[in-house]
Every structure is written in C-alpha cells, then in structure tokens.
Write a protein that binds this ligand. Structure first.
Ligand SMILES: *Cc1c(COP(=O)(O)O)cnc(C)c1O
Length: 409
C-alpha cells in the first residue's frame, strides 16, 4: 500500500517537472535554473539543527572555497540568510578596525551601494569615484592610499552589473596590499561564472549569492576569504548583531550551524547547483556564458543597437544597451511583449543615460538567445520601431572592436 502510494507520488513529481514552464531570464539574476535545482527544494521536512543538515553545510562551505581555488587551511566561507547585498553590509561593518578608514573604488551602482552602507554605519570612508563607463585610474588609487595611511580596507566591485564593466581587481588588490589594507571585492556577478583565483587575484574576501553564478535560489549568500583576518576581526568594533562576520564564522566553526535559522530549502537547491557546477566544469561553464554573451552582441549588432561600455572592458556577462532615438521605442511595452513569450529583459542602472540590460547568467545557451532575438525583433516591428534602430549620436569609434571580455581580470 505504502509502495503504491510512493510510486504514485513519484509519478506525480515527474509529471510536475514536465510542467514547469522554462522562462529565459536575461536580467542580472535571479537566473534561469535547471529543473533539477528547482526540484531539489522539495525535500522531507527537516530541522536544520540536525547533524545531517550541518554536515551538508560543511561540505558546501568547502566547495564554495574550492570554486575560487582557495586553500582550505587559509580560506573559509561563511553563509548568511539574505540577498547578495547582505555580504557587502557584513564585510564593511565587520572588517574595519577602530579609528581606521575604508576606501571605496567606485565606478558604478554596486560600489555606490557600498558607499551608502558606509554612510548608514557612519564608518569613515573615502568614495573615490570614476565615470561609470571608465576603468578606475590606478595612479589615483595609489595616491589616495599614500596620502591616507589610515585606510585599512579597500573595497570595489568586480563586474559592475549596471554596466557590465570589469574592474582590474588583481591590480587594485596589489595596491591595497602594498599599503597594508584588506581587499574586499563584490564578486556577486562573476563568482562561479568568470574564473576567479582568490590568491592570485589578490583578494582577501569575495562574495556572492546563490541565485547568480551558481544558478540556484535567492536567500542564501556567502563570503569567501581569509580565516586569519576574520579571526583578527573578533577584536574590532561590533556594529551589527545579525550581520557580524566573526560571530557567524565562530558559530559555524564551533557548532557547524548558522547562528540563526538557515533558509533550509534554498540550501538544498544550492547543494544541487554546486554539484551541477562541478559537473559542467569551470572552463566549460565560462565558455558557455561567453557564447551567450557573443550571441547577445551578435543579435544587438544586427539590429543596430549601441552598447555603452567599450567591448574590451566588458566582463562577458552583462550588456548595457542605449535606448534608440525613436519615438516608438517604449521599454515597458517591448518588455511586456517579450515577457508574455517567456523572455525577461531588464531596465538599466545608470543615472545619466537610458539603458536596458541583457545578461548571460543562468542555465541558458546561445540557442536561447537566437530564440529571444526572433521575439525581440518581432516586438520592435509590432511597435513600429525602425530597424536598424536609429541614434542621433554616431557610434563611438571603439564600438567596432571585437568583444571577448578578455580585459584585465
Ligand atoms: C546582484 C548583485 C548584488 C546583490 O543584489 P541583491 O539584490 O541584494 O541580491 C550585489 N552586487 C552585485 C555586483 C550584484 O550584481
């Protein structure tokens, strides 16, 4: 009787999998997931204080270090329940010694978010700004470090997800270390996509959340970095209770558990996603994302769209596209047309220009992008937007450079 019931349940689950509609998300995360990751959330109820759950998290914490080629003796990962922004909050508020200063190297929306976090905690900081479509000037960074020996923490964003520009973290990290500062990098939109080698890249702490490169679910975030620095930070001022790095690390190390209730089902999905990450392989996965990125550029070029970041500076994961100068162009309408057909495009995040974004994250392939462009072109024709699209300004001279996302790491 029981077996019969179980067979029936399994059959229903199989049928259910067949019925999950596959949407192609071209927004910068949450990303399109595999059905096996979706279904990994459906598990028997379990109290997360059980040893079985703690042992799963232990393996997962090690795998998260392995993804950035960390050394398990020197590096650790600390899990938190929250979206990706919680990592920036935690790193900045937890890793600053008394009487010291933070330097934020800021050429985009996510580094601006870090600067805002400093403001909210009233942490002394320098917001070193550069234009959103330019790389940071390393000589200016070095000058600031030279003039301010009290800078103890340098923070920047690897791939500024608003524009898709890739920052030279290895070079910035070398400067931070030359002047004795800890280097934290927001790698939320590169981790588990563009290969990262934490030591060679001069990174002390990187971070991400499960819904981006890992192609899992929202609600689990993690910081990967130096055990020694975390242990040192035990003596730093405690500025938050829920968001303190040392406290959570210490709890994990002594009990194997998260201090407070973990997002149980989200963690099962992340476990499955990490298995799928290693099965696909670091290089193969990166090549797949690059082929999606190339397909996005190919489709945009054919329709005459202009992107805003010099191709050779793009991280290979996000394309920020200028709105065409056409009275019939209406992002909302084009979005809705595509959305109804299973494709999600995303608004931009640059104050000075109207842009939208197409991203290469998630469990998608170049073929999905070809399907998308058929629908997108249909939408443009439907709303009478001229093809090729028109701009009043001429295209920048750099725009014809071949893409690749092979700029500085
Ligand atoms: C997505 C993202 C975050 C986190 O955003 P949440 O909405 O909090 O998940 C942080 N930094 C970067 C660079 C991102 O792309």
């Amino acid at each position: 009787m029981q077996i019969e019931q179980q067979r029936k349940d399994n059959k229903e689950q199989q049928e259910y999998i067949g019925h999950i509609k596959r949407n192609i998300l071209l927004n910068p995360g949450p990303a399109t997931t595999t059905d096996t990751v979706k279904m990994a959330q459906v598990v028997p109820d379990i109290c997360p204080r059980e040893k079985e759950f703690a042992s799963m998290m232990k393996g997962m914490r090690e795998d998260l270090v392995r993804i950035v080629h960390g050394d398990l003796e020197k590096h650790t990962s600390v899990l938190f329940c929250g979206s990706g922004t919680i990592n920036i909050d935690i790193c900045l508020n937890s890793l600053l010694p008394e009487g010291k200063k933070i330097l934020v190297i800021n050429n985009g929306a996510y580094s601006s978010r870090a600067a805002e976090i400093c403001e909210y905690y009233q942490l002394p900081f320098i917001d070193l700004r550069f234009p959103a479509d330019e790389l940071p000037d390393l000589a200016a960074v070095e000058n600031i470090l030279k003039e301010n020996p009290d800078i103890a923490l340098v923070h920047t964003t690897h791939n500024e997800t608003g524009t898709g520009i890739l920052n030279p973290v290895r070079e910035i990290g070398a400067l931070a270390h030359k002047y004795g500062a800890v280097f934290t990098v927001d790698t939320t939109s590169t981790y588990a996509m563009r290969p990262i080698r934490i030591e060679e890249d001069n990174i002390d702490f990187c971070m991400a959340s499960a819904q981006k490169g890992l192609m899992a679910m929202t609600g689990l975030s993690f910081i990967v970095g130096s055990r020694e620095i975390i242990e040192k930070s035990a003596e730093y001022p405690k500025r938050s209770y829920y968001c303190n790095l040392y406290l959570q690390y210490h709890f994990f190390e002594t009990t194997g558990e998260m201090h407070f209730t973990p997002p149980v089902q989200t963690i099962y999905a992340a476990r499955q996603a990490i298995d799928e990450y290693f099965a696909e392989g670091e290089e193969a996965k990166w090549q797949r994302h690059l082929s999606v990125f190339e397909a996005i550029h190919h489709g945009l070029d054919k329709l005459g769209f202009h992107d805003i970041i010099k191709r050779e500076w793009q991280a290979g994961l996000v394309v920020a596209v200028k709105y065409p100068d056409d009275a019939n162009w209406d992002f909302e309408k084009v979005h809705d047309y595509c959305y109804e057909r299973g494709f999600t495009i995303y608004p931009g995040k640059i104050a000075s220009q109207s842009t939208f974004r197409l991203c290469a994250l998630g469990a998608i392939t170049a073929k999905d992008i070809e399907d998308f462009f058929r629908v997108f072109e249909e939408a443009l024709r439907h709303f009478d937007v001229k093809i090729p699209v028109r701009y009043e300004e001429k295209r920048q001279p750099w725009a014809n450079l071949t893409s690749a996302g092979n700029g500085p790491s």
